[in-house]
Design a protein around this ligand. Structure first.
Ligand code: DGT
Ligand code: CA
Ligand code: CA
Ligand code: ZN
Length: 597
């Protein structure tokens, strides 16, 4: 049985969880978590590396103990220490730990006192009132856990975009390699529109030999099931259970195919009505004149939309909610692009829970072509993320000053400071005032009620040192529900206090989400696209954040980190409430720019 990197990563993640339940040292737990996240991001197969006799200890984050366990797993199919750990703890403990809001102590307590071995049994125990009766838990905690169990259950089987895009890109590369005669080949549907979750992956392409492309798809090793296998239409299910629909069309009519399968359905319905009023009808082959019955074909989408008297409409905003009207009036936004970004303001190093040294993260930002970056390791409040004590932060500040001379990029001294349950920040004011960039984020007490959470975030924004609120909702797509917070009130306070809000680009977060970012833009709140990278390879994930901003109709002017170095440093030097004036000036420059139709 081949063993994938994901399976190895999951095993170490599970080990860390089990050690947490046992109450082992933070150091050891963190070592396993780091190994898991390193392995999940490795660009090569561990199994292959072992076969090639590579020394795994050379990989940062993998020491002797981990390396030995990887060898053991690959040669025997299991890891002795892991099996022993599992046998010592109650069955079902991993499943219970998988419920958001349940930490290791609660999980151990529940498993021990209630003899609960599965999520179903836990739900029963909550309904019987047995959980609420446990020492230190109570009805509120019980209700909160139940809410998370129920949302896990109703969670549909849509795939987070990060996972779906990775699969699509792998499949596209494999098809191109096997069929060099492929001309165009793109993801369409919700993936091309960059929705946060994907129902199925739609691919469309062109080739003089369509049957060979279909054949190549059904014979890919990761295909689990073939649903349909025609010459031009093929559907398969690939690991880990994602459907792919492939359509092959002709070059000369590719524009209509692309437009049709990009959707959204709502956009297409509106566009069809609009075309009908012009005496035209639309389908995936072209545009038909209803009177003469003549069909016109279009090689690309620009010519397709132009036939309808419209400019090209970017896929991200094809939602059927105002984009057609804007297109008709010539007021479509000039959406922000990846190349507009001049810096990343949320980056972690191995001083806290990142996996790379500071130098490697700085070099990654240089490689991205940035003018500035902020290093924002965690504050100490989070035992588990190896947050920096006051002394270590002071030490880091000194180090960054000395590093600055060696690099062409402006290295801003920052911190991702925990917003405590009461809204206070996790470092003394004096220390915070020495930092250039403070990203304030919620990482604990996520079950607070709406009023408490809203006041907590607003209090953090009122702090003169808070530059940005990080990942406002704390959600993990498909895994952890967002906190309950009054987004409208938060956005208004952001505007009043001169605090920026982050669009966290990590594809498991996408936080702010598109609709909240849309509202933030409307209210004139400065937005920042950050990757929150814990590894040098993650800076490229900015594309997911840019997509959220585009879905929010943001132009470069709405995004703070499109400012050049001088503008951004001037912004930081300005006391908080007045910063908004600088930001407004940037936004108003937009309206002066010539709009091309
Ligand atoms: P998903 O897969 O649920 O994430 O969402 P989509 O948008 O990818 O939906 P899907 O895969 O069912 O279809 C892909 C696109 O094909 C969709 O966005 C619009 C187009 N499409 C599908 N069915 C129809 C239809 O009956 N009429 C029209 N006009 N377009 C359709
Ligand atoms: Ca789809
Ligand atoms: Ca589909
Ligand atoms: Zn964070």
């Amino acid at each position: 049985m081949p063993i994938s990197n994901e399976e190895v990563a999951e095993l170490f993640e599970n080990m860390a969880t089990l050690l947490e339940v046992k109450g082992d040292t933070v150091f050891k737990i963190r070592a396993y978590q780091r190994a898991a996240s390193t392995i999940a991001q490795l660009p090569f197969s561990l199994e292959q590396a072992v076969a090639d006799n590579m020394d795994l200890k050379k990989v940062p984050g993998i020491g002797k103990a981990i390396s030995d366990k990887i060898h053991e797993l690959i040669s025997t199919g299991q890891v002795g220490t892991y099996e022993r750990l599992k046998s010592e703890l109650p069955a079902g403990i991993l499943e219970i730990m998988g419920i958001p809001s349940i930490g290791p102590k609660t999980a151990a307590l529940i498993a021990r006192e209630l003899n609960v071995g599965s999520v179903e049994e836990l739900e029963q125990a909550i309904q019987d009132g047995r959980l609420a009766a446990l020492p230190g838990l109570g009805q509120k905690t019980a209700d909160n856990i139940l809410r998370h169990i129920q949302s896990l259950r109703t969670k549909d089987d849509r795939t987070p975009i990060g996972d779906a895009l990775a699969v699509a890109e792998r499949v596209i590369a494999a098809l191109r390699e096997r069929c060099p005669h492929i001309g165009q080949l793109y993801p369409v549907g919700s993936l091309r529109r960059w929705e946060e979750t994907i129902g199925d992956i739609d691919l469309i392409g062109t080739s003089p030999h369509p049957a060979e492309v279909s054949q190549a798809l059904v014979s890919l090793p990761e295909v689990l099931e073939v649903l349909a296998h025609g010459e031009k239409k093929t559907s398969v299910v690939v690991k880990p259970g994602i459907q792919i629909d492939l359509r092959i069309g002709d070059e000369e009519s590719f524009g209509a195919l692309l437009q049709y399968f990009t959707g959204s359905l709502q956009h297409n319905i509106r566009l069809r009505d609009y075309a009908n009023r012009m005496g035209l009808s639309l389908n995936e082959y072209g545009i038909t004149d209803l009177k003469s019955g003549q069909v016109e074909v279009f090689p690309n989408e620009t010519t397709f939309y132009a036939r309808l008297g419209l400019p090209y409409i970017p896929p991200e905003i094809r939602t059927g909610m105002g984009e057609l009207e804007a297109a008709q009036q010539g007021t479509l936004p000039n959406l922000v692009e990846e190349s507009d970004l001049r810096g990343d303001l949320h980056l972690h190093s191995n001083w806290s829970d990142g996996s790379d040294p500071i130098e490697v993260m700085v070099e990654a930002a240089v490689a991205q072509g940035y003018e500035y970056m902020a290093l924002t390791d965690h504050s100490a409040g989070l035992g588990i993320a190896n947050g920096l004590s006051i002394e270590r932060l002071e030490q880091q500040i000194k180090l960054l000053r000395s590093l600055q001379e060696q690099y062409p990029i402006t290295i801003l001294r920052g911190s991702e400071v925990d917003i405590r349950a009461d809204g206070r920040l996790d470092y003394p004011d004096e220390l915070l005032s020495q930092l250039d960039v403070v990203v304030a984020s919620v990482h604990s007490a996520m079950g607070q009620n709406r009023d408490t959470m809203t006041q907590r975030v607003i209090k953090a924004m009122q702090h003169p040192s808070t530059t940005i609120i990080g990942h406002l909702s704390t959600r993990l797509i498909g895994q952890r529900e967002p906190t309950q917070v009054d987004v409208e009130a938060v956005l208004q306070a952001a505007r009043e206090t001169g605090t920026a809000l982050e669009i966290n680009a990590s594809p498991e977060r996408l936080d702010l989400k598109d609709t909240h970012a849309y509202r933030a833009r409307e209210l004139g709140v400065p937005l920042v696209i950050n990757t929150d990278s814990h590894h040098h390879s993650s800076l490229s994930q900015r594309r997911f954040g840019v997509a959220v901003a585009r879905r929010a109709w943001c132009e470069a002017g709405h995004i703070l980190n499109t400012m050049n170095r001088e503008q951004f440093l001037a912004y930081l030097r300005t006391p908080k409430p007045e910063r908004i004036t600088l930001f407004d000036a940037k936004v108003s420059q937009l309206s002066k720019r010539e709009v091309t139709v």
